[in-house]
Ligand binder design. Structure first.
Ligand code: GLU
Length: 309
């Protein structure tokens, strides 16, 4: 039996990190290290169009600069989603054998977006999609055409409750509220929901800490991991950083780490993040390691955090 906590950083190298990403990375690291856990660093570089190696390198550099370390991960290719297609393929086949997969010819935009995690206001699924209900004959006729389909998961009419470590119980009816999501895009790229579930499962992740924009994805991921024979991790979501109007602050909030690094030291930036997260009474310079004894989810707000500095 191995009951060591395994946490993860799982950024997408589609741009430089900003304050919101950094806060998520810091809290994921503190949550893991305060429990004596192992931290892994997975690069979510599934989408060859949206992701770039230059951003992947910058993400790693920013984490190191800030003082956040990890025990296994990037640049080891075993931790890069772009090199893990064989695992996703195997999981896809396992679901297919259980009759849980069907082809979908709807909405090109959504099928293309599916490699990235959904962000606030973005639907995980295509609510107008009727592809699930096609007859076998209709399906066969469409499959014979030259337009390749995306492949979706057939979710059951089942209610799943995830006990979030910060927001408490979160309940969702998979079929009616979550909705069937894309497993593989029409261009053959495996989608975010499948990849993240397979990776969390196969990398032995026991604890997921990330922004609350992904809370609504947790029940579907929990179900998927169980359908693949795995044990789902526990989840702890954190509030998002917003400006007063609910948009990300144009001043501090939207600036990339690359820009912030010109303006402050790593200790100053960590102090700002710790202050925003309720871990320090004032934004004093500090290292992530010095925050470990102060870390407590009860201090972290659940409301989204407006920032203007
Ligand atoms: N790679 C995703 C993102 O950067 C996060 C995925 C996750 O934490 O589940 O938005």
């Amino acid at each position: 039996m191995n009951d060591v906590i395994v946490g993860r950083f799982a950024p997408s190298p589609s741009g430089y990190m900003h304050m919101g990403n950094l806060l998520a990375m810091l809290l994921a690291w503190l949550d893991c290290r305060a429990a004596g856990g192992r931290m892994i660093f997975r690069m979510e570089d599934l989408d060859p169009v949206r992701t770039q190696e230059q951003y992947a390198r910058a993400l790693a550099e920013d984490l190191r600069w800030l003082g956040l370390d990890w025990d296994g991960g990037y640049p080891d290719r075993a931790y890069c989603q772009s090199a893990r297609t064989a695992l996703y393929e195997r999981a896809f086949r396992t679901l297919e054998e259980q009759g849980l997969v069907y082809p979908c010819w709807c909405s090109r935009a959504q099928r293309l977006a599916a490699a990235a995690a959904p962000h606030p206001g973005e639907a995980v699924h295509d609510s107008g999609c009727r592809c699930r209900y096609l007859t076998a004959a209709e399906r066969a006729a469409r499959l014979a055409s030259d337009r390749p389909p995306a492949w979706k998961v057939r979710l059951p009419d089942e209610t799943v409750t995830v006990l979030d470590g910060h927001y408490g119980p979160y309940t969702q009816n998979l079929a009616r509220e979550g909705g069937d999501f894309i497993l593989r895009r029409a261009d053959g790229i495996y989608a975010y929901q499948l990849a993240v579930s397979v990776d969390d499962m196969s990398m032995g992740v026991t604890r997921v800490v990330r922004g609350r924009d992904l809370l609504s994805s947790a029940p579907g991921q929990t179900w998927l991991i169980r359908a693949l024979g795995g044990t789902p991790p526990s989840y702890c979501h954190l509030p998002l950083l917003t400006a007063e109007q609910g948009k990300l602050s144009k001043r501090l909030g939207s600036r990339s780490t690359q820009a912030l690094r010109w303006e402050m030291t790593a200790r100053e930036l960590t102090g700002q993040l710790a202050y925003i997260a309720g871990l320090l009474p004032a934004p004093e310079p500090v290292t992530p390691a010095e925050l470990i004894p102060l870390f407590d989810w009860n201090k972290v707000p659940t409301q989204d955090i407006p920032i203007q500095m």
